[in-house]
Design a protein. Structure first.
Length: 399
């Protein structure tokens, strides 16, 4: 595929999601769907009457840093020395609470602390009106924008209306992020309905004002996602020269011994504690970046937020809160990465080669990376799946 042909493909790609009707028409039309899902007419009308869209939301929809920032910049911008020290202090102030929640639900308190730090800087942003706002308006605006996860956004808007219906929080006190996430650990409304827990026993589930409710709810949510008590998220490893990176796939969990037999070792002289532990190899930045053997609990973190940058940040921050050091291997910081249009073109080219069947959205997750690794292997290259700006050139000029 030549550059001109690839440019034509880019012109043919679907435009970014955007409204298909006025906001007032959306509000009127969504009423039937909400009522059919169990929202009382009086609740819907009182909550939505006279509502105007949040003007800040459209730009936020298209600029989520989890998917637009190099992983190393994302992690290092969030797992900072200040956030580590603030988190250690915050957890120490609430040591009894974290211990009791960890014991009751079987979730590592440091994982809960790391999510707390990542989501709201240990509650520090919850009083920031620029970040925290009434979520029914936010979610109505998000649904009107029709981003790629429309069905989930609609479910969250309906869930937020049901939370108002259930009480005791009214529309002005049911607050959260621009995408509707609520409270200290930012749980979306659908999962507040499913897992919301009155941890402090005051008769209300209030994730914004009660850290106890927030921790208990997120712990239950993580267990619902499949979190296994006593299981770490994973470990940093080193791989030998000539290693077959096509084995770096999360479609199959293999025992640690499988990788150890192929020369994979833990970093810093550490040893594998359990050779039978099911893991997969994750190589987020290619052969020259950090590499990890990941357990099922890492995938649970991706259930909390689908971004690998987010999940690895939570995992790393949890370790740092426990006093561990940074990653041993450095990131390939000088690597030039493709821009959004180039990332979409790469996905489209991989589709043309029969290597990729996913969405053309510019989000270079594990499915796209595995497809690109197969392309690299077909050319006799090290098939580490790391998609750089050179990948765009290779796909545009080589096929």
């Amino acid at each position: 595929m030549r550059l001109a042909a690839l440019a034509f493909v880019m012109l043919c790609l679907p435009a970014a999601a955007q409204p298909i009707e006025s906001f007032d028409s959306f509000v009127a039309g969504f009423r039937a769907k909400a009522l059919a899902a169990g929202v009382d007419a009086s609740v819907y009308d009182a909550s939505m009457r006279g509502m105007a869209p949040d003007p800040k939301v459209p730009n936020l929809v298209s600029s989520q840093p989890e998917f637009t920032t190099p992983m190393w910049d994302y992690i290092e911008g969030r797992v900072t020395s200040g956030r580590i020290s603030r988190g250690q202090a915050a957890m120490a102030r609430n040591a009894g609470l974290f211990a009791s929640v960890g014991e009751a639900y079987g979730v590592d308190p440091a994982i809960l602390g790391a999510i707390w730090g990542m989501e709201t800087d240990y509650g520090a942003v919850l009083d920031n009106a620029g970040l925290i706002r009434p979520i029914v308006r936010s979610l109505a605006t998000v649904v009107h924008q029709r981003r790629s996860r429309l069905a989930e956004d609609e479910a969250d808007l309906i869930a937020a209306l049901k939370l108002l219906q259930r009480g005791p929080l009214d529309a002005s006190h049911l607050v959260g992020s621009w995408a509707g996430a609520i409270g200290h650990l930012q749980v979306n409304p659908s999962n507040v309905l499913a897992y919301g827990t009155d941890g402090d026993g005051d008769g209300a589930v209030d994730l914004h004002h009660s850290l106890t409710d927030a921790l208990a709810t997120s712990a239950r949510y993580l267990r619902g996602l499949g979190y296994q008590p006593g299981l770490d998220w994973g470990m940093e490893v080193a791989v030998p020269e000539g290693f077959d990176y096509l084995l770096a796939t999360r479609t199959e969990m293999r025992p640690v011994s499988f990788f150890a037999e192929r020369g994979v070792q833990r970093v810093a002289g550490r040893v594998f504690a359990d050779p039978n532990l099911p893991v997969f190899l994750y190589v987020p930045a290619g052969k020259n970046g950090p590499k990890f053997l990941m357990t099922q609990n890492y995938l649970v973190l991706k259930g909390y937020n689908f971004s690998d940058s987010y999940a690895l940040s939570v995992a790393h921050l949890a370790d740092r809160l426990k006093g561990s050091k940074g990653f041993v291997a450095d990131w390939p910081r000088s690597t030039k990465l493709p821009n959004l249009n180039q990332r979409k073109a790469i996905q489209q080219a991989l589709i043309g080669l029969g290597l990729y069947q996913g969405a053309v959205d510019g989000r270079l997750g594990p499915v796209t990376q595995e497809a690109y690794a197969r392309f690299q292997a077909s050319r006799g290259e090290v098939a580490d799946g790391f998609i750089t700006a050179a990948a765009y050139t290779a796909l545009a000029g080589g096929q």
